[in-house]
Design a protein around this ligand. Structure first.
Ligand code: E4P
Length: 216
């Protein structure tokens, strides 16, 4: 399972990329506005330069034609940009049109197997299954990831499954076991993934023991 960072914070992206394990980034309008970033194009271009892989940027208009027009424009901003299109009826039409133009699409706000299947049939490169938001309303968000992975595998669909709306490290564990191709994680969760108190205690103990012997 590959790891994407789910953020529009350039410092966090730089830090994550430095670790050598971040292979992409997903943003959304809420994440962009959280950073107080007004120049959408400049921000996305800056992120695309830092990241050695796909960077998802979402359309921020409604309707088939406006979405197609905006997506075509965003697609010119960088060679590694991926356009996020919502899993709606209009979105499906947009995905079908753009995928034929070789524009990479991440079908976002995916909350059902049917939405994911239709997105794949329309030619989406990725579908983002929103785990945390399903958990929030009393569903098992990861069950959906599992189902999408199984069905895509069964029908040999090449669309990759992104486990999105990840809230804690255990989500990443379950997403990996479910066979998600990618988990897109907030920076805080990425940091939590590497941390373990026994590792810290072990390092402290090893160094202390080494000090003792090396000072003899
Ligand atoms: C995915 O691409 C979305 O940006 C993100 O995972 C949404 O997460 P949230 O439900 O925590 O807002």
């Amino acid at each position: 399972m590959r790891i994407f960072l789910d953020t529009a914070n350039v410092d966090q992206i730089r830090q994550g990329v430095k670790l050598g394990i971040v292979s992409g980034v997903t943003t959304n309008p809420s994440l962009i506005s959280k950073e107080g970033l007004a120049d959408y194009k400049a921000v996305v271009k800056a992120i695309c330069k830092i990241v050695p892989g796909p960077v998802s940027a979402e359309v921020v208009v409604e309707g088939v034609e406006p979405m197609i027009e905006q997506a075509r424009d965003i697609a010119t901003w960088a060679s590694n940009v991926v356009i996020k299109i919502p899993a709606t009826t209009d979105g499906l039409e947009v995905i079908s049109v753009l995928s034929k133009e070789d524009i990479k699409i991440n079908m976002t706000l995916c909350f059902s197997l049917n939405q994911a299947l239709l997105g794949a049939l329309a030619g989406a490169t990725y579908v983002s299954s929103f785990v945390g938001r399903l958990d929030d309303i009393g569903h098992d968000g990861m069950e959906l990831v599992r189902d999408i992975v199984d069905v895509f595998e069964y029908y040999q669909l090449t669309t990759e499954v992104i486990a999105a709306s990840i809230r804690h490290p255990e989500h990443c564990v379950v997403a990996a076991k479910a066979g998600a191709h990618i988990a897109t994680v907030p920076y805080k969760v990425l940091m939590q993934m590497i941390q373990h108190p026994l590792t810290d205690a072990g390092v402290t103990r090893f160094l202390a023991d080494w000090q003792r012997v090396s000072q003899k």
